[in-house]
Design a protein around this ligand. Structure first.
Ligand SMILES: Cc1ncc(C[n+]2csc(CCOP(=O)(O)OP(=O)(O)O)c2C)c(N)n1
Ligand SMILES: [Mg+2]
Length: 125
């Protein structure tokens, strides 16, 4: 999920762990809503309204519920984190949060089905 989406739903980690529903949440973190910012500088009033804190350690929320959090800044780090999480069945019922930091200005690569990347408004039915 996106970093903003995680903001909407982070406390569901409590539900997940209460019911022992194993889950690994990958936060595709671009430091914002739709697109983000490299760093927050200046007065708070100068931040863009769609920017989110680039230093947020969202993965720490896993620890609050007995799970484990990871931060990935490179593809290699992400690979080794995935190996650690998915290489043992013992992790099946645990909570993991992986804070995957991506370029704040990155956008989706073109998808096979064009409606997944189109920018035009959704037609009225
Ligand atoms: C409950 C709810 N409120 C608002 C929206 C509108 N909305 C769609 S995407 C989005 C934010 C997306 O930000 P993020 O999750 O960080 O993903 P990003 O676009 O940055 O990859 C919002 C607010 C929504 N889909 N659902
Ligand atoms: Mg985002």
């Amino acid at each position: 999920m996106g970093d903003s989406a995680f903001g909407f739903s982070a406390m569901e980690c409590e539900t997940l762990t209460r019911y022992k529903l194993g889950a690994t949440i990958f936060i595709i973190n671009n430091n914002g809503i739709y697109s983000g910012t490299e760093a927050l500088e200046g007065e708070p009033t100068s931040y863009g309204v769609t920017h989110l804190n680039p230093e947020a350690q969202y993965q720490e929320i896993a620890r609050a519920f007995g799970g484990k959090g990871f931060e990935a800044k490179t593809r290699e780090e992400l690979d080794s984190i995935c190996k650690e999480i998915f290489s043992t069945a013992e992790n099946k019922n645990k909570l993991f949060i992986v804070n995957v930091r991506i370029q704040p200005s990155s956008s989706k690569k073109p998808q096979q089905d064009s409606w997944l990347t189109r920018k035009d408004p959704i037609p009225k039915i």
